[in-house]
Design a protein around this ligand. Structure first.
Ligand code: NAD
Ligand code: TDX
Length: 332
């Protein structure tokens, strides 16, 4: 049976990807995860133990990484410090994990000639104007805004250099904003859903006009699976599902799904350097690899996510208080 190493598999997208692998493939999965504050091993607990193994360790630690990469057929690299707001207050862990961690993994993949897939973000391209018809493509120049996105951009460039200089057998994907089950309550959509469930009004940064391009995490997973199975080595693929929406409109939909008045939200301090708009043109992935997202309307996927948080309070409750205390300190 084929073996796959999934870094960051106890986090949001990584755990959704492991669920997707178990349902749709016969891979034997090893998850390598440091179990930072962002991880929740419970996200994996319903999966068969004979198919999924969790190794707790740091991707920056070559002594941990090397033997795992040596024994696997492929590495899919999700592990990262992933939250922009945290990166503005304490950038150092972002440099360590996103840059040094990626370096440690690609050195191991080079040593053992292991197929490598690097999971990245559309934020490496900076932002677009509101109302501009332009969207990001694989040819858009890198122009990251935050400590988070600059470290992700740095990690992409390392992978590109290792492909060119050392013949690393790698692909890269840059995806838009994900939503779905198992997302930490620090992120926008789960924060607002769980605030409302706690009787607290949703909090929009600035005017709430910023636009994000939403994709369900399971569609991200199917795209990554398609790229590792059919993608061309050395190529970058943008992943998106045409889900552009302003933050204010997202909050309106969440309020509606939870039977709240449509103006029951607060505007709070804006994020410094807040990117205005992201939008993905995923034509290359769709045309070359015949990928199509399974989730149709964002509204339906969002309603399902609202229902998931309503039904899984025991999953998110332990993180909620500390997360809100941190936001309160920041005036958000
Ligand atoms: P997350 O924060 O939910 O999960 C990250 C996981 O990585 C956690 O389980 C954490 O414990 C683990 N981790 C962190 N540092 C580690 C280290 N040094 N060693 C081992 N494990 C470590 O993040 P996410 O939202 O699931 O994002 C996963 C990946 O997808 C990231 O690379 C992110 O840049 C990318 N991405 C995310 C989005 C999004 O909308 N969330 C969109 C596009 C791309
Ligand atoms: O309480 C909030 N209020 C608010 O208005 C929070 C937490 C966020 N926001 C805004 C900021 C953004 O415009 O909502 C939008 C989404 O915010 P986040 O969930 O923090 O996501 P974002 O900064 O867009 O980055 C996400 O998508 C790209 C992921 O966190 C990244 O890991 C990914 O690379």
């Amino acid at each position: 049976m084929r073996k796959i190493l999934v870094t960051g598999g106890a986090g949001f997208i990584g755990s959704n990807f492991v669920h997707h692998l178990i349902l749709n493939t016969d891979y034997l999965v090893t998850v390598l995860d440091k179990l930072t504050y962002a991880a929740n091993p419970r996200s994996l607990e319903s999966l068969p133990h004979n198919r999924v193994r969790l190794v707790v360790g740091d991707i920056c630690d070559a002594a941990v990484v090397d033997p795992l990469v040596a024994e696997t057929d492929i590495v899919v690299h999700f592990a990262a410090e992933s939250h922009n707001d945290n990166s503005l207050h304490d950038p150092r862990p972002f440099l360590d994990t996103n840059i040094v961690g990626t370096y440690t993994l690609i050195e191991a993949a080079r040593r053992y000639s292991t197929r490598f897939h690097h999971v990245s973000t559309d934020e490496v391209y900076g932002d677009l104007e509101l109302g501009d018809p332009q969207r990001f493509t694989e040819d858009t120049p890198y122009n990251p805004s935050s400590p988070y996105s600059s470290t992700k951009a740095g990690s992409d460039l390392l992978v590109k250099a290792w492909i060119r200089s050392f013949g690393l057998q790698a692909t890269i994907s840059n995806c838009s904003n994900n939503y779905g089950p198992y997302q930490h309550v620090e992120k926008f959509i789960p924060r607002q859903i769980t605030n409302i469930l706690d009787g607290v009004r949703p909090k929009l940064y600035g005017s709430g006009a910023n636009v994000r391009d939403w994709i369900h995490a399971d569609d991200h997973s199917s795209a990554v699976l398609r790229i590792i199975e059919r993608g061309r080595i050395g190529e970058t693929y943008l992943i998106g599902a045409d889900g552009e929406m302003s933050n204010r409109d997202v909050v309106s939909l969440i309020l509606k799904a939870l039977d709240q008045p449509k103006d029951a939200f607060d505007l709070v301090a804006d994020r410094p350097g807040h990117d205005l708009r992201y939008a993905i043109d995923s034509s290359k992935l769709r045309a070359e690899l015949e990928w199509v997202p399974a989730y149709g309307r964002f509204e339906e996927g969002l309603e399902a996510a609202v229902e998931w948080y309503r039904s899984n309070e025991d999953w998110w409750r332990p993180q909620k208080q500390a997360t809100e205390a941190k936001y309160q300190e920041q005036g958000q």
